[in-house]
Design a protein around this ligand. Structure first.
Ligand SMILES: [Zn+2]
Length: 207
């Protein structure tokens, strides 16, 4: 069959709408991120923003945030927003866990790769509150591309805008449409309300 040792393979996996709220698919981590980047380009294609918006996708996040390192050098961002899909912790039914499907965009206040810029995460929270969008606090022992980007160049104020999915890294991950919509809307408002002053606040926040 011409298959050799070391060949690259991908998991076969369908895409299914389980019900009005739930989507089952392989690779929601990180089809979510790619979809969000595309949606932001679509949302702002006719709007003249007071800054250059660069949206894209990286490779090899799972094996060491490798594409994020080169992407940060390529784009030299003043600030960065990273979309990633994180593990939900609610499959046990425990109501007190952090990371529940349908509870909104994540305020990922710490993970193994980054402590987020405090101004940016506070601004994300206030944007969600102002626009009555669901959000939830989250911590992770994992990381995202933000881990590489915030340490790139001379340091880049970085924020993650993540949602959760169950069974990530399998061919049957499950996410909630309410979370997708919350992330989409909060991201759109966040970018729409950004201006030089806000960006300078974020840059000066940690100094
Ligand atoms: Zn992952």
């Amino acid at each position: 069959m011409g298959i050799n040792l070391g060949d690259m393979v991908v998991l076969d996996g369908g895409f299914e709408r389980l019900n009005d709220n739930r989507i089952l698919s392989k690779a929601l981590d990180n089809r979510y991120g790619c979809a969000m980047a595309l949606c932001m380009l679509e949302a702002f294609k006719e709007i003249d923003l007071p800054f250059d918006l660069i949206a894209g996708a990286t490779v090899q996040e799972e094996v060491g945030l490798r594409g994020a390192q080169t992407a940060a050098v390529l784009t030299q961002p003043d600030i960065a927003i990273v979309y990633d899909c994180s593990p939900a912790n609610d499959a046990t039914g425990d109501k007190d866990v952090l990371g529940k499907l349908g509870s909104g965009v994540l305020l990922r206040f710490v993970d193994a790769s980054m402590l987020p810029n405090r101004c940016m995460i506070e601004r994300l929270k206030q944007t969600a509150i102002r626009h009555e969008l669901p959000y939830q606090y989250y911590l992770s022992l994992g990381g995202t591309d933000a881990g590489a980007i915030h340490k790139s160049n001379m340091g880049v104020p970085t924020l993650t805008m993540c949602i959760v999915a169950r069974n990530i890294h399998t061919s049957s991950s499950i996410c909630d449409v309410k979370d997708l919509n919350a992330a989409y809307n909060v991201s759109k408002h966040f970018l729409r309300e950004l201006n030089d002053d806000a960006i300078n606040d974020m840059i000066n926040c940690n100094q």
